[in-house]
Design a protein around this ligand. Structure first.
Ligand code: TGC
Ligand code: FAD
Length: 390
């Protein structure tokens, strides 16, 4: 495989600080050396590459925006660049890191007691404890407000009953952030930290996936699972899980650009060397049009993510800004993967090339953390003032 040549048409490097470039290049190097050589086999075997966890931790990627508790305390822009590079390798690896940081460490850091933070954040930063985030249920995906999982308050304990579905990292997690309704509080939604091994809490991995195969996806099952009230997070209502999703969706917007950049690099290299009708296919106008569209979208999406990162660092990013970037960048990445597959012809359907794996992965990325259409509706409500979800 040719060395990776990251497209940077609008000189976005010149807009990054030397620290941001150093972080980006460190992760880029890690992905080239440690992820790309092994990831396709993991994908084929339906296996998560667990052996990478210590190195990911050593590079400060877990909970990287959190201050203290052994976390790196990086800017959101740096975090975004990390996500971009990881997803160039594989969406499953980016998923793993974003669930650990944005969906598990973030709520503990934001809504946790000091005791919870001290107990969970340092081992999570070191990669010694892995988290998962249970919001979706078998019958409530886009509409998590309808969830039926309950946490009954009995004395100084909560008893959780219900199922969470499609949960990244579920089967390998040491703890789950679980969102449930508390009947004793008018069915208000609360978040709980449930440790692996707690009686009544089991998991079941979901196999036969054609997407995110190098990532663990599981069902979480709670049957009279009793936890002390000290495991409850201090936030009430859907704004709890949604505020975690803001961070994760932001990271996905960058990650998707990384996957698109990987596909574009592959399409360009292939088209310059594949000869048909006595010349490289890159010399045909129709192929050039496809490459130009990919190149233009990548450039626009890089700028969108960077500006979103700057807004987030300034505390000015809104959920609607994040929805636009997640919706647009993942949709464009998926198009880039499909077009790359097309440019590679029959070769594009084999594991010799990355585009098929990225294409399959991006189908999940387009669905999770709010489907493309849910983000379209969030923006529709923003511009018209009329919610159209129901
Ligand atoms: P709605 O009535 O609009 O809001 C309920 C409450 O939440 C507040 N809120 C937010 N707060 C912070 N950030 C946001 N982005 C927020 N969005 C809403 C809102 O202000 C309100 O607060 P309050 O105090 O008034 O109660 O909620 P709704 O039930 O009408 O739903 C709206 C809708 C459809 C947009 C929302 O439910 C939605 O986003 N659905 C998509 C579900 C989703 O994204 N699920 C993701 C599951 S986790 C996952 O996929 C992980 S994948 C991990 C990986 O591998 O990377
Ligand atoms: P549905 O909500 O049933 O949607 C099906 C279709 O209907 C979609 O096209 C959708 O856009 C459309 N639709 C729904 N409502 C409307 C509407 N009002 N208007 C127009 N169209 C609508 N969840 C977690 O909690 N934690 C995780 O770690 C996690 N990891 C995941 C990993 C993978 C690999 C996958 C695939 C999913 C994961 N999810 C996770 C679940 C994910 O968040 C949900 O799949 C997603 O929110 C969509 O829910 P659903 O699959 O039930 O689809």
């Amino acid at each position: 495989m040719k060395p990776y040549n990251a497209p940077d048409f609008m000189q976005i490097d010149s807009l990054l600080s030397s620290e941001e470039k150093m972080i980006r290049d460190t992760v880029r190097d890690f992905v080239s050396k440690e992820i790309i050589p092994i990831i396709d086999e993991c994908f084929m075997k339906d296996e998560f590459p667990k052996h990478l966890i210590p190195e990911i931790a050593k590079l400060g990627m877990f909970g990287s925006t959190i201050q203290g508790y052994e976390c790196a305390g990086l800017s959101y822009t740096s975090y975004g660049l990390i996500m971009q590079e990881l997803e160039r390798g594989d969406s499953g690896l980016r998923s793993f890191v974003s669930v650990q940081g944005a969906l598990c460490m973030h709520p503990i850091a934001t809504f946790g007691t000091e005791e919870q933070k001290k107990k969970y954040l340092p081992p999570m930063a070191r990669g010694e404890k892995i988290g998962c985030f249970g919001l979706t249920e078998p019958d409530f995906g886009s509409n998590p407000g309808g969830m039926i999982t309950k946490a009954n308050k009995v004395g100084n304990e909560y008893i959780i009953n219900g199922n969470k579905m499609w949960i990244t990292n579920g089967g390998i997690a040491d703890l789950a952030i679980v969102w449930a309704k508390v009947p004793e509080e008018n069915n208000k939604i609360h978040g709980f930290i449930v440790d692996k091994g707690t009686k009544g809490f089991t998991t079941r991995d979901i196999h036969k996936k054609f997407s995110l195969r190098a990532s663990i996806t599981s069902e979480l099952i709670f049957e009279d699972c009793k936890i002390p009230a000290s495991q409850k997070l201090n936030v009430t209502g859907l704004k709890g899980p949604f505020s975690c999703l803001n961070h994760a969706r932001y990271g996905i917007s960058w990650g998707a650009v990384g996957a698109a950049m990987a596909c574009y690099d592959e399409a360009l290299n292939y088209s310059k060397t594949r000869i048909q009708f006595d010349k490289p296919i890159a010399g045909f106008q129709l192929v050039q049009a496809k490459l130009v569209e990919m190149f233009t979208n990548i450039t626009k999406d890089q700028l969108l993510s960077l500006q979103l990162g700057r807004l987030k660092d300034a505390g000015q990013a809104t959920p609607q800004h994040i929805s636009m970037a997640k919706m647009n960048n993942v949709s464009n990445a998926l198009k880039a993967a499909r077009v790359t597959r097309d440019i590679l012809g029959a070769s594009g359907i084999t594991h010799e090339y990355q585009c098929g794996r990225h294409m399959m992965n991006l189908e999940s990325v387009n669905t999770y953390e709010g489907t493309e259409d849910i983000h379209r509706l969030i923006l529709g409500e923003y511009i018209t003032g009329i919610p159209a979800y129901r």
